[in-house]
Design a protein around this ligand. Structure first.
Ligand SMILES: Nc1ncnc2c1ncn2[C@@H]1O[C@H](COP(=O)(O)OP(=O)(O)OP(=O)(O)O)[C@@H](O)[C@H]1O
Length: 609
């Protein structure tokens, strides 16, 4: 047994120990009935009407901070916790987020056993085997033994992962771009004239990229010239390659010795962090793709997997390490990874990485005694959304950076048609069923608010013979990867997901994104609907608007719709001030650089934001 595996553990609920086979009521997921529309939404009071699931408790919501407070060092979000607790952050702090999420859920619920008064079933009478408890009264966690499949060596698979660009790809060139900061370099026109090495160019060719997207045109020379960058461009517009290509090119152009310290402590030259495991894995595969055939070694570290396996691979040395913050710090704390040789730090989904939940992990990394000071490294941040308050927070990690905004900072992809249905919570199930029936055979990604709803909806659709998977933070990592694989491969046409799948995931042929539950923030909405309509392909987003629950989002939604030149339904009209911190068309740099150093291309702004 690996000592680390003891420490980095997940809860393995009895109901949840199979790999993804789709969902079925008969598999004992603990749903006693589907006529519980009411029950499905009743949990917002934080009480654990768990209907026999026995595990994740009711202490979510406001009561959610009562538990362990989330100092799970792995940030291993497989490990139960509140119903919203999905991402792979490092030091917990989940309970401090706006909505009072929090790991407290784990302690509180247990079907009412702990006297929270909420549970319909009193588990005193429950003769099912109860989990063994640890010294804190928490269910003892079995070690994580999941070893993910080895990354493919098959060229066809390596280069076949990209989404082919769609009919609107050329329209990217008409989006206004604003670059601010001192002395920005000129954007490139083509990959061929960007001074990239042959390896990199060959791999671009094999990826079937014919020309750079706007963010790539600007980011490639900026990074190549050694500058720090905050890059903001719409979902599905190639931000990953915008940082990977120049970084890989520099590592090949100006190679430095690959260092592995005493007892296998790797010293990566590039550290890329992202908020979720699946996104981390995706970036890892993208990095392997663009570095294919070269000497560069790429490694990955994310939670929910056996630590020894990843540790062994990292200990062989890596130029590029792609990681979730929790697992990264685990390796750093155990002297398996050191920041001594770091040349580049990349925060993907940077606004998420810098919000309250992840900020402690990011600070810990950036301010680690081994980490090169910001003048001696390049720091790069990317996202489709970059609220101004987060930009202020980001600035302390950046050195005289350039800010690139392609289109409106935080704007939705214009290639996604956004449709809204006004529904009550009681009508959501029927509306979803009809939508799925009307779109038989289409690939549909359904977002819900809670893990519990994700399981419920997945089971409901499976019961109706729609092959469905679900992905959320209570599923084992193996199940999560299987679910995603089944959806990507088309084995299952429907994937029901919590916020864990909202950002970054690049899945081919997602026809429709459904917001069964609308998210709380407009940025989250933009990321979610951005899972379709990528690289110039058309997509559709259908959102269920429940005026009782979603009215706080109303002004933001109507603004986002107008910005994307889409119809605003009557029920979304009005709504007072938008909380959305949109800015002038083309985005805004909080440093208020005047247009002196701004390079603008494409259409001029039509609307003030
Ligand atoms: N220049 C290009 N030509 C054609 N396809 C491209 C190009 N650049 C990237 N792509 C493809 O576009 C898709 C989306 O890219 P990527 O995932 O990097 O988008 P993103 O901007 O990071 O989106 P998100 O904000 O959702 O994370 C990928 O499948 C990628 O392979």
């Amino acid at each position: 047994m690996d000592e680390w595996d003891d420490d980095v553990a997940v809860s393995t609920p009895a109901y949840n120990n199979k790999i993804d086979e789709g969902h079925s009521l008969s598999r004992g997921r603990g749903f006693s009935s589907f006529d519980n529309d009411d029950d499905l939404h009743k949990d917002s009071n934080g009480f654990g009407d768990r209907r026999g699931r026995g595990g994740r408790g009711g202490g979510r919501g406001r009561g959610g901070r009562g538990g362990r407070g989330g100092f799970n060092r792995d940030g291993d979000t497989n490990g139960g916790g509140g119903d919203f607790d999905d991402e792979d952050r490092g030091d917990g702090f989940r309970g401090e987020r706006g909505r009072g999420r929090g790991r407290g859920g784990r302690g509180g619920g247990r079907g009412g056993r702990d006297g929270d008064g909420g549970g319909r079933f009193n588990n005193d009478d429950d003769d099912r085997p109860q989990p063994e408890l640890d010294e804190n009264g928490e269910p003892k966690k079995p070690p994580v033994t999941y070893v993910p499949p080895e990354p493919t060596e098959d060229e066809g698979e390596i280069f076949g992962s990209s989404i082919s660009s769609g009919i609107n790809f050329d329209k990217f060139d008409h989006i206004a771009v604003k670059v601010s900061g001192e002395n920005p370099p000129k954007p490139i026109d083509s990959f061929e004239t960007a001074g990239l090495r042959k390896y990199v160019l060959d791999n671009i060719l094999k990826s079937k990229y014919t020309k750079p997207t706007p963010i790539q045109k600007h980011a490639i020379p900026i990074i190549t010239e050694g500058r720090d960058l905050m890059g903001c461009a719409q979902t599905g517009s190639g931000k990953t390659a915008a940082f990977l290509l120049p970084i890989i090119n520099i590592l090949l152009q100006d190679p430095r010795e690959l260092v592995v310290g005493p007892s296998g402590c790797a010293q990566p030259q590039v550290v890329i962090v992202s908020p979720t495991r699946e996104l981390t894995l995706q970036i890892f595969n993208e990095a392997r793709k663009f570095a294919h055939g070269s000497v560069l070694k790429i490694a990955v570290a994310y939670g929910g997997t056996a630590v020894r396996h990843q540790g062994d691979s990292i200990a062989r040395g890596c130029h590029i390490l792609v990681a979730t913050p929790g697992r990264l710090h685990d390796f750093v704390d155990r002297n398996r990874v050191s920041f001594e040789s770091v040349r580049f730090v990349v925060l993907d989904e940077a606004d998420r990485m810098l919000d309250m939940g992840f900020m402690p992990s990011v600070e810990k990394m950036m301010e680690h005694p081994n980490m090169a000071p910001k003048n001696d490294r390049q720091t790069l941040m990317f996202s489709a959304t970059f609220p101004e308050d987060i930009q202020h927070l980001a600035a302390r990690f950046l050195n005289n950076y350039l800010f690139v905004a392609v289109g409106i900072v935080g704007g939705a992809s214009a290639d996604v048609t956004q449709v809204f249905h006004e529904v009550t919570k009681y009508e959501k199930q029927a509306t979803l069923k009809k939508l799925i029936e009307d779109n038989e055979g289409k690939r549909v990604l359904v977002f819900v608010e809670t893990k519990r709803t994700a399981d419920f909806i997945a089971a409901m659709l499976s019961e109706q013979q729609h092959l469905t998977s679900s992905i959320h933070g209570d599923r084992l990592q193996q199940e999560r990867e299987e679910a995603l694989h089944n959806f990507k491969s088309g084995k299952h046409c429907i994937l029901v997901a919590t916020a864990v799948a909202a950002r970054g995931l690049d899945i081919k042929n997602v026809d429709i994104v459904v917001n069964y539950d609308l998210p709380k923030s407009i940025d989250e909405y933009v990321h979610r609907i951005g899972r379709t309509g990528r690289v110039g392909n058309r997509g559709q987003a259908v959102s269920f608007y429940d005026s009782e629950k979603d009215s706080a989002l109303l002004a933001d939604l109507s603004k986002i719709l107008r910005q994307a030149e889409q119809n605003v339904p009557d029920f979304l009209q009005g709504g007072g001030d938008s909380s959305y911190r949109g800015s002038k068309y083309g985005g805004s740099d909080v440093r208020n650089f005047n247009s002196a150093s701004a390079a603008t291309a494409g259409n001029e702004p039509e609307e003030e934001w």
